[in-house]
Design a protein. Structure first.
Length: 200
């Protein structure tokens, strides 16, 4: 009987191999052949799943995004019934590279954004991802406004955009060694405290 292939498992294997190659050499140096070798499969087998490098990169970024969603969900499980403030904080903290796994994903994401700036297909995907994150943050801010945790004159869309911009800047400075992981989290916490009107 021919061996049954778990196609989703194979695609995940490829995504993880791409991640390892990108960590070692940088995303801009990743090729289909290198990833196939790292995954322990032939180039032909890899091309059965991804006809081009762009397709492979998109799948890898979707894989990372799903892992981010899972980590946010894990954070939420620590709360019996997460209040708006705890929910927003959990989402915001997931945007920062505060542990080794998050650091690897963060570097991959920065590399992907640089690639996307020069590639229309990847850019469209990256823009959709940012807009989706912004929508999630908007909803979290709106809930906090409704609960009275954030002042009613705050605009959810603006605050969501500012949070994303702050997280992007903090992430870049962390990778450059400007801030430690603890300092990075403290700076985000300081912004959240101001957003929630905590006394200074």
């Amino acid at each position: 009987m021919p061996k049954q292939v778990d196609h989703e498992a194979r695609r995940t294997l490829i995504a993880k191999a791409l991640w390892r190659v990108a960590q070692a050499r940088g995303l801009d140096r990743v090729s289909l052949r290198e990833v196939a070798t790292e995954a322990g499969i032939s180039l032909g087998q890899l091309q059965h799943y991804f006809a081009s490098r762009d397709e492979m990169l998109l799948f890898a970024m979707e894989f990372i995004s799903q892992k981010n969603v899972e980590r946010v969900a894990q954070r939420m499980l620590t709360f019996a019934d997460p209040e708006p403030r705890a929910r927003l904080r959990a989402i915001a903290l997931e945007m920062l590279p505060v542990d080794d796994k998050a650091k690897a994903g963060s570097l991959m994401n920065i590399s992907f954004q640089l690639e996307a700036a020069r590639n229309e297909t990847l850019r469209d995907y990256a823009r959709r991802q940012v807009n989706a994150l912004r929508s999630v943050l908007e909803g979290a801010v709106a809930l906090a406004i409704q609960s009275g945790d954030i002042a009613a004159d705050r605009d959810p869309r603006t605050e969501a955009a500012l949070l994303i911009g702050l997280a992007d800047g903090l992430r870049g400075n962390f990778h450059l060694g400007v801030h430690t992981a603890d300092e990075t989290v403290e700076l985000l916490e300081s912004h959240l405290a101001r957003l929630f009107g905590d006394p200074l």
